[in-house]
Design a protein around this ligand. Structure first.
Ligand code: UD1
Length: 422
């Protein structure tokens, strides 16, 4: 398995282009299943998770072509000939469960293996199931697969999610576009990826209002047509690269970044003493003087501080002046990076969903192990600021979520290289 070697070497300077959002693309791709006509996505990120979703869609009978070196995905679901999403593909990535709603709406049936993905907690699917059942689906769990059918078609319904789950909102929203009548989803997730999905579905002819608020209303239509849609910028990749100059010093402009994608995160950067400036082309981040200050962080659904930036923020706070408290409210097992950061000299105590970080002056390079996608990149960020060499092992998770990471960081002056396993 590949590893990444990082050497701490001081301030960074330059520009980093931000790719299209992995999490948006992974929900936009299954939307192709809703229509017989082609759906084309531009600004797609080049990631292994996107390949996994392409494989899954192809296994259902969709055609997926990757054009312009993967930046454009041309998809057609004219002839779907399979309604079973197999364990062998689904286990690689939890987002595979997003084919459930569209398949059910288009074909009236779907069999989907329970998913895998990052090992960051239980991540059940009860909210997806209850929502689709409210639309009239009958769903049973047999042999690790969800067997769903809607013999008389789906019917619009009013529902309130017990938690504003991103995936459940996406699955229900896609299914509701082809249901008969009106669907209202209350306590819906408000993430920018939901707004991006709704924008794409509207371009395909869906009637949706209220995306980006806790109440989404959908008027079902008989069919959706083709469309071309640009994928929104990746706010998690953006936040990750904003942390690079925050940790190492220097000044980096993240091209394509927008404040409204990362507003809660920017507030915390400001409190830590990092400056963020909006430019015509993106967000410019700088740390000019001394150590950063400790700040407390609680993860929340959007517009709160994103759980997907908690590990990277922790890497910054390891060398802050003072003590920071990080509370993880979305996933119950998301501090696996803490002991690895400890190997680099960080002082972190974890009790349940709370991590207390006592800032130290300097981290020291060490061999560390990547445990999940965002944990992996937090170790790379920490390595950029540590004395000596850090070797991050088991980096396959990184390739799921960060395209050309070594190149993007190398271009702003980081010393980082991939060591390929033989
Ligand atoms: C999505 C993102 C992921 C991000 C997460 C929270 C994608 C592909 N992944 O994941 O990167 O970390 O949002 O912002 O978009 N839950 C239930 N029952 C359910 C569904 C969820 O209890 O049916 C719980 C989960 O266990 C978790 C919480 O709700 O504790 C949040 O999950 P959810 O918002 O659904 O996250 P995902 O859509 O899986």
């Amino acid at each position: 398995m590949d590893s990444i070697v990082v050497r701490g070497n001081g301030p960074l300077k330059g520009q980093i282009p931000i790719a299209g959002a992995k999490n948006a693309c992974l929900t936009l791709m299954p939307a192709t299943l809703l229509s017989e006509e082609p759906l084309t996505l531009t600004n797609a990120p080049r990631l292994s998770d996107i390949k996994t979703m392409s494989e899954l869609l192809a296994s259902l009978g969709a055609e997926v072509s990757s054009l312009q070196e993967g930046k454009v995905l041309a998809m057609s679901s004219h002839d779907l000939d399979n309604h079973v999403a197999d364990y062998d593909i689904v286990r690689k990535m939890r987002a595979s469960n997003l084919v459930l709603g569209p398949m059910l709406a288009r074909l009236g049936q779907a069999v989907v293996s329970l998913p895998g993905g990052c090992a960051i907690g239980a991540r059940p699917m009860d909210l997806h199931i209850h929502g689709l059942e409210a639309l009239g689906a009958q769903i049973e769990l047999k042999d690790g697969y969800l067997h769903a059918k809607a013999p008389g078609g789906l019917k619009g319904a009013q529902m309130k999610l017990a938690f504003a789950s991103v995936g459940a909102t996406e699955n229900i929203l896609m299914a509701a576009t082809l249901a008969k009548g009106t669907t209202v989803i209350e306590n819906a997730a408000r993430e920018p990826e939901i707004v991006d999905l709704a924008t794409c579905l509207r371009a395909m002819g869906a009637q949706i209002e209220g995306d980006g608020t806790p109440r989404i209303e959908v008027q079902g239509v008989d069919r959706l047509h083709g469309a071309t849609h640009p994928v929104v910028a990746d706010r998690i990749e953006l936040g990750t690269y904003m942390l690079a100059p925050a940790i190492c010093g220097g000044e980096v402009e993240c091209l394509g970044g927008r404040i409204e994608l990362v507003a809660a995160f920017c507030e915390k950067l400001d409190a830590a003493g990092i400056s963020v400036e909006e430019t015509d082309t993106g967000l410019k981040v700088a740390r000019r003087n001394g150590r950063v200050r400790a700040v407390d962080v609680t993860t929340e659904p959007f517009p709160g501080f994103p759980t997907d930036l908690q590990a990277q923020m922790m890497a910054l706070l390891c060398t802050a002046e003072g003590t920071s408290v990080l509370e993880e409210k979305i996933f119950e097992n998301r501090f696996m990076h803490a002991p690895e950061l400890g190997r680099m000299g960080a002082s972190i105590e974890v009790h349940g969903g709370t991590a207390t970080v006592h800032g130290v002056e300097k981290l020291k390079g060490a061999p560390v192990m990547a445990t999940d996608l965002r944990a992996s990149v937090s170790l790379i960020l920490a390595g950029l600021a540590a004395e000596g060499e850090t070797v991050v092992n088991r980096v396959y998770h990184l390739d799921r979520g960060y395209e050309r990471l070594e190149e993007k960081l190398g271009n702003v002056g980081a010393q980082i290289e991939r060591v390929r396993s033989s």
